[in-house]
Structures are given as structure tokens and as C-alpha cells.
Design a protein around this ligand. Sequence first.
Ligand code: FES
Length: 210
Amino acid sequence: MTTAPIVKTSSWSPPHKAGNAEAQEAFHFSEENRAKLNQAIARYPEGRAASAVLWALYLAQDQNGGWLSEAAIVHVAEVLAMAPIRVQEVARFYTMLNTENKGRWRVQVCRTTPCWLRGSDKITAACLKAAGVSHLGEVSADGAVSVEEVECLGGCCNAPVMQINDREYYEDLSPEQAGEIVRDLRQDKLPTHSGSQTGRIASEPVGDKP
Ligand code: FES
């Protein structure tokens, strides 16, 4: 089995450096996101724009650097003609939506049984250490990274797995690799070598092939 190095360059777009006071004060959907939301609203009967609230919150969170400020929630409420408290109730109910700033990079380590059996506890510990934080959900002092544990990310065959910013998967991780990824993220160096970190293709058998 070969070990693939983690590539240090990236084609990812740097995350929106929001989550600061500026983002708290004002939020409006970008033209692109407003168009996406309008498409979603059009799928529902007239007067039922509130049915698109989850998609609206997802778009707002993505645009706002990974969290929903009060301004973002109020804007979503205005667009969907909802009471802000109703939008906030939805935002606070779903764990995939953040109503607090979690840093520019949100590292989610899978803790469900297959990943746990393959050492997810050690992955989490390595991520926390590299982020310089003492507990899950804490944002690193530089505002760059937070670490949380989540349930199955759907990549069990390549456990242990972690996900960054709801997008990229890193699989077959060792604690050393996880720590290196987090240290790089703190400097906004984005690993592009997502997927298996041991170099296996898809979910082919580990070790010699039959
Ligand atoms: S158990 Fe971790 S990806 Fe499924």
C-alpha cells in the first residue's frame, strides 16, 4: 500500500472571512445566492416561500463564513416573509446550522462506530491539539479553526473520516495527518488531496489485492 503525500496547494476558494463584527452588522444575499433561493421558492405554491427556509439558511450560512449571524437570520426572515423568531427556531434546531462563529475552518470528525473502531478518538485528539483548543466547539485563538464531532459522514469504508467546511472529505486518516491538516488550515493552506490519505483508490481493499 502506498502513502500519498498531502498536497499543499489548493484550488479551493478561501472561505469568506466573515464571522466578525462586520458580518454581524449587515447581511444581504449575493445576487448569485438570491437567484438560487428564488429558484427554490418557485418550486413551492405561491405564498409558501417559508418552505424554502432550510435552503435559505444554508445559503446564508455559506455566504457568511459558516455561521448565521443575527443579521443573516433577519435577512432570511425578510426574504421569506417570516417572523425572525421562526427562522431562528429553525436555525437553532439543526446541528448543521451554526448560530455562533465557528472559525473560518470547521473540522468535523466522524465519531460513529466504524470510524470510532478505526481510531476516531485519536483523530479528534490530534485535531484539538493542532488547533490549540481544549474542547470541541472551541475556536482557536487565531479565529481560524474549530473542531467538532459528528455522526456518520457516509464514508465508513474509508474510516476514519473527517470533513472540512461541509465540503471536502479526508479519509483513511492517521492522527498525524489530521493534525497536519489542521495546522495547515490555521495558516489558510488548503489541502487539495481530499479522499483517501493512504493512496487507495475509492474503497478498494487495504493491503494486497486478491
Ligand atoms: S462511520 Fe464514519 S463515515 Fe460512516
